[in-house]
Design a protein around this ligand. Structure first.
Ligand code: SF4
Ligand code: SF4
Ligand code: SF4
Length: 355
């Protein structure tokens, strides 16, 4: 029988083994992932946005998203979404203070902001997904979702620091819903519908490296300067003459969790626009290290568990042997079989068969 002392000894050994492996394991964050050279993204310039919401309607249209009922204090509205959801991949929200009369000003002002997937350089949703249903394209950097691979665990929903992926609980076959930068439209010369339809160029599509150059150009100009604002896609032919507003220093998405392919410019601080304050380091860098350390740490307890089972088995065997009944005495030898006389001649046949 395995004594309690032996069991405790084994448990202590197991804990020590697991702790040793965890402590000696690599606790450093892994290397930061670089932005793909040809990464695609969006630039949202809140100072150019007029809140027309054409981008929401276009996004729904090209992605086949259904309308939804919006409940407001003043009544129910049809398809005026206040946030992204399983039926809405992109939404424009509004900051408002006091009288709300001064555009892009904090006091008595208002400002617009966009909410959609940021297409992170090192996405937490990709890192958290156990079956690679979330993947990052190595060339465009677009973060894709595969319905076929998804097992519905919703780890990506929990992992995304921007609260983007939504699970369609209210459908018979739920799935994850998020912006995929309208990639299926590129083949026939289209691009992101939200940028294509935006009348002011507030949402602009292009390579993230080109969008960054455009950000720097706008920020180098003085408020009140006139400039050509590209409309639709950067490097295209469509533009218009507009006036530069005063931007806050922060370019949202430039550094957040290792950088994102979608960038935001604003005239008011991003915390007023409910954009989460995030560290520069991608959580995936450390969470993956911890995951791997845990997997490595599991080897010791599992090995010990195997040892424990073997130990218990060894201790139980003599008892099992003792509990066995004594062996039965050997059986006496069987008596010799009587001779088979079926082929022998009977009676008169023995004497030649003569009557
Ligand atoms: S279409 Fe352009 S201007 Fe209109 S709400 Fe969207 S981003 Fe703003
Ligand atoms: S914003 Fe969220 S869903 Fe989009 S790529 Fe980043 S982690 Fe993934
Ligand atoms: S890129 Fe396409 S899916 Fe994403 S927000 Fe714009 S329209 Fe919607």
């Amino acid at each position: 029988m395995l004594t309690r002392r032996e069991m405790l000894k084994g448990a202590a050994f197991s804990a020590a083994g697991a702790a040793a492996i965890t402590v000696t394991g690599d606790a450093e964050a892994r290397e930061a992932r670089p932005m793909p050279e040809e990464a695609l993204g969006l630039l949202f310039d809140g100072t150019l946005c007029i809140g027309c919401r054409a981008c929401i309607a276009a996004c729904k249209d090209v992605n086949g998203m259904p309308a939804e009922r919006t409940k407001l204090e003043i009544g129910n509205y049809w398809d005026a979404p206040l946030d992204i959801s399983g039926k809405t991949l992109n939404v424009i929200k509004c900051y408002r203070d006091g009288a709300g009369t001064h555009k892009d000003e904090v006091k008595d002002g208002f400002a617009f902001t966009k909410t959609s997937c940021m297409h992170c350089v090192d996405p937490s949703c990709v890192s958290a997904c156990p079956v690679s249903a979330m993947t990052k394209d190595p060339v465009t950097g677009i973060v894709h979702y595969s319905l076929e691979a998804c097992i519905g665990c919703r780890y990506c929903v929990e992992a995304c620091p921007f609260g983007v992926p939504r699970f369609t609980y209210d459908t018979p076959f739920p799935k994850i819903s998020k912006c995929q930068l309208c990639e299926p439209r590129y083949a026939d010369g289209h691009f992101s519908a939200c940028a294509e339809v935006c009348p002011t160029g507030a949402t602009l599509f292009g390579k993230t490296k080109d969008l960054k150059v455009e950000v720097a150009r706008r920020k180098a100009l003085k408020p009140g300067d006139k400039t050509e604002f590209p409309r639709g896609r950067i490097g295209g032919t469509d533009s218009y003459l507009g006036v530069i507003k005063k931007y806050v220093e922060h370019v949202y998405g430039e550094k957040e969790i290792g950088g994102t392919q979608v960038l935001h410019l604003s005239g008011v601080p991003f915390d007023l626009l409910n954009k989460p304050a995030l560290p520069d380091v991608a959580p995936a860098r450390t969470s993956e290290t911890i995951q791997h350390a845990i997997y490595r740490g599991l080897i010791a307890p599992l090995a010990f568990l195997g040892g424990l089972v073997a130990l218990a088995y060894r201790h139980m065997r003599p008892e099992a042997e003792a509990a066995k009944p004594p062996p039965a005495p050997p059986a006496p030898p069987a008596p010799p079989a009587p001779p088979d006389r079926r082929d022998e001649p009977e009676g008169d046949e023995k004497d030649g068969g003569v009557p």
